[in-house]
Every structure is written in C-alpha cells, then in structure tokens.
Design a protein around this ligand. Structure first.
Ligand code: ISE
Length: 326
C-alpha cells in the first residue's frame, strides 16, 4: 500500500511533491523513491516524520506502527493520512485522540477510502436524499481471493471488517449498539465470519467476511429502506465473449477494485491540508477509534459466542462535525 500511495502522490496529486519514501528496508525505499522521482529515501520512520523538508505524512506501514507515527506527526504539527486501522487496539486510538486534543486540532485523516468510492457515494446520496425511506438494514459481503495461512477469523474482524464497520456507520449516520459474530461450528480459523451489528437507530447491519473466496476480490453492499434499496455495483471496464461464454473479471485484490477511491481519498486529503479544513467525508481519528472499538467487540463476541454491547468513550468536542474546522 505504501508504494501505491507514493505513486498517487507522485503522479495524481498536482501541487504535492513526493519528498521522502521511508521503508524499513533501504533497498525498497530507494527503489520506490527512484521510480517515482522522490527527493530522498530513508529507513527511520520517526526521524522522517519530523524532517523539516516534510510538510505532511502518509502512513502505510504495518498496523502496529500506525498510532506511534500518527502521534509523532501530531506532535510535529503535521497533517497525516493514516492507513486503516488507526491502531489495532482502541486504547492506542485513544492515545492518538488525546494527542490531537492536546494539540487542539485535528491532523489525522484515517484511511477508510471506501467513503470516496463512487458506488458508496451513490448509496449514501440515495439514502440522504430520502429516496429509500427509513433505513432498515444494510448487508455487506467482503471477499478476498485468499488469505495467508496466518490470517485468522479474528483478523477477518480486526483487519478486514473495519471497512464495513466504518462505511455502515458513515452511510447510515449512526452508531452501533451491539455486535454478534459467528463462525460455522467446527470451522477452521480462517473460515468465513458472519457478523450482525445493531445500531442505536434500530437498524441491522450484516457483514460477511470470507478471505478465502477463491473466485475473486468481491465487495458487495445493499442498503435497504422501507421504500426501496440501493446496491453497490462493481466498476467493470470490459466483458469477454469467448468460447460460447460471456464473462466479466474480478479484481485480484482491493487495490484495483478501489484504485479510484484511493485517488479520490488522497486528493481530498491534500485539498483538506491546503485549505486547513478536512473534507466532510474524511474519516478522522475518532472514526478510526470507533471502527477499532466495534471490531474489538466483534472479536469478543466471536470468542464468547455472545452478543457484545458496544461501549464508546465520550467523544471530545474537537470531533463535532459542525464546522469541519481543524
Ligand atoms: C486489507 O488490509 C484492506 O484494507 C483491504 O481493503 C481489505 O479488502 C482486506 O480484506 C484487508 O486485509
């Protein structure tokens, strides 16, 4: 993801300059920096964040490094786009939030890029315009081709499902009250996970995460109202009529499926940095905390088999959406 984001900054964001590419391995940092015309390559993440020739930071390193790097960016008064999750644990997300409250400004954009995907934008617009009536349910399917053998059912909830947890909260404009997570009896660790979330507005949100779907990367969603429903459509650039068959191709993974969403997200982030006013669709650190806290409830439900209530910390005034002031 780091090299994908570096390419967007270098090639798709006029007004931005890819100053430094930082990676734990010097050869990788150097090869991406040289390929994209960055001014420098580095291996020290914390040192890179505070460099005087760096104005803003895009964090796409391993999940456990997100919170420390986000806090370093806040303390250096630098805007940062942090890939999801903001942090694997909600208490780490709260440390990032405490740093922003201390700084008195919102500097973190959490990378829930589906908010910028055109099919989700259309879904939210239809709901916000009242076309669907009162929202009743939202169904989500999140299928990867194949997960590494160390990818567990719990990671399906903590690493993959935060996308659906966030987009459900964002599209419906609500909060979750409880989570119930299931795996089939006798299921293997990497078997599909089903979750049912209840919102404080009485809606049900279902999330299937199957990281070994085999046939393709396939994300589906349907928002059901009492007057109609709207479903996502996957962008298709060609269909193939061959040997008495007509086929469409699935993406191999999330990067081609959401390539345009990443571009739109990163452009909105840059525009927000320049205007010192985050894009209204942008997920902030509080949104990152909510997704991680709900995922933690989902993991607890999977482990206990019980319906688990969602208990969030009190939202600091800094995150009130009204003016979108930073
Ligand atoms: C990955 O980390 C992502 O963020 C992808 O968008 C998601 O589809 C995949 O399941 C995650 O593992």
């Amino acid at each position: 993801m780091g090299s994908d984001h570096a390419r967007i900054v270098a090639e798709d964001l006029p007004g931005a300059h890819l100053q430094v590419v930082c990676d734990a391995r010097e050869d990788r940092a150097r090869s991406v920096a040289d390929a994209l015309g960055a001014s420098d390559a580095a291996t020290g993440a914390m040192e890179t964040v505070v460099r005087k020739d760096v104005d803003a930071v895009l964090i796409a390193s391993p999940d456990e490094t997100h919170a420390p790097l986000a806090i370093a960016a806040i303390q250096a008064a630098k805007p940062a786009l942090c890939e999801k999750p903001l942090a694997p644990a909600s208490r780490e997300c709260l440390e990032v939030i405490a740093a922003e409250v201390q700084a008195g400004r919102r500097l973190i954009h959490t990378g829930f890029m589906r908010r910028f995907d055109e099919s989700y934008v259309a879904m939210k617009a239809a709901f916000d315009e009242g076309a669907l009536g009162k929202a009743v349910m939202m169904h989500n399917f999140h299928r990867n081709v194949e997960a590494p053998d160390w990818f567990t059912g719990r990671m399906a909830i903590s690493n993959s499902a935060p996308h659906e947890i966030d987009i459900g909260r964002y599209v419906l404009g609500t909060e979750y009250m409880s989570v119930t997570a299931f795996q089939g009896k006798g299921a293997t660790e990497i078997a599909p996970v089903m979750m049912v979330l209840e919102t404080v507005d009485g809606q049900l949100v279902s999330i299937e995460v199957n990281n070994n779907a085999a046939y393709g990367y396939d994300v589906r969603g349907e928002l059901v109202g009492d007057r109609g429903s709207v479903s996502l459509e996957t962008p298709v650039h060609a269909s193939y009529d061959l040997a008495l068959q007509s086929t469409k191709r699935y993406a191999e993974d999330w990067r081609p499926r959401f390539a345009e969403a990443y571009r739109r997200q990163n452009k909105a982030w840059l525009n927000g940095v320049v205007a010192e006013r985050p894009d209204p669709a942008a997920a902030n650190a509080w949104d990152g905390y909510c997704a991680t806290a709900v995922a933690e409830a989902g993991v607890a439900s999977l482990e206990t088999g019980a319906r688990v209530g969602v208990e969030l910390a009190k939202m600091p005034a800094l995150y009130a959406r009204a003016g979108q002031e930073t």
